[in-house]
Design a protein around this ligand. Sequence first.
Ligand SMILES: O=C(O)CCC(=O)C(=O)O
Length: 335
Amino acid sequence: MAAEADPAAGEGGAALPGVHHRGWDESQLRQYPFPTRQIPRLSHADPRAEMLINNEEPVVLTDTNLVYPALKWDTAYLRENIGNGDFSVYISENHKFLYYDEKKMCNFENFVPKSRRMEMKFSEFVDKMHQMEELRGEDRVYLQQTLNDTVGKKIVVDFLGFNWNWINKQQAKRNWGQLTSNLLLIGMEGNVTPAHYDEQQNFFAQIKGHKRCILFPPDQFECLYPYPVHHPCDRQSQVSLTFTYVVKYELVSFFLFFRWHHIESLLSGGVTITVNFWYKGAPTPKRIEYPLRAHQKVAIMRNIEKMLGEALGDPHEVGPLLKTMIKGRYDQDFS
Ligand SMILES: O=C(O)CCC(=O)C(=O)O
């Protein structure tokens, strides 16, 4: 079962199927064959929201004002003000944008990425996106660029006006490490980021348009078959799946590190703009509590794969060695 947040539900209220005031309707959702349940949608001041974050459960926060000054952002405003830096733009021949780490491509020489990255100016991106919209073909673009010091003055002012007071308190309360980056994502309607997990905490602020986020808990590792750690698609699921929840304009969603998420910009919903806030997790606690939690076990597995890759000097030997270790030894019930 996947988790979803129903945008039609009010605070703790019941879903109202088919309501339209939410700004989208069911026909804009891709169809998937499995059930989902909704994740809570709460005010940031609601003690239940704090409790969920403390318990490392995802939640949609309705009123943090986290990116309030950015709510006016659209492609025209950004074109005018975002500066002349280079932007990473991914181009895909279908709607899926499966992430790959270019640094790991040397480990798998036959790997052919399903999308390609191009560096371009912001105005070139907007022109390319409009061309693709007009052509109505399968080709799509997705801008994914860390905000940096090349942005223009107005964007700096907007950025400084984010609700740092609230988010810094969140960071301090949970003993998280530093804010590592703010990624700006500008997507075309229908774009899909396939299921993956990240190793950092994430506040995901939706600025324009609607995105549907489908979450799976870290203990679904066995069902989602992530690529090997040394593969360019490390942390991405090899399974093509499908699930649900929708964040809309002005909502901030918190999802935890190691939590599987699949994200799609709604069909026929226009351009989507998101800024996320990635934080390093808290340091390992001095006293470890057992049994370990699912994400801690995933971290252990990752470390073992990394260590074996280094020790063996060849990432392709990791799988065979692990098989030799367990086959006929650990795969039976000795009780
Ligand atoms: O919004 C997207 O398409 C992907 C964003 C994402 O995966 C994240 O913020 O972790």
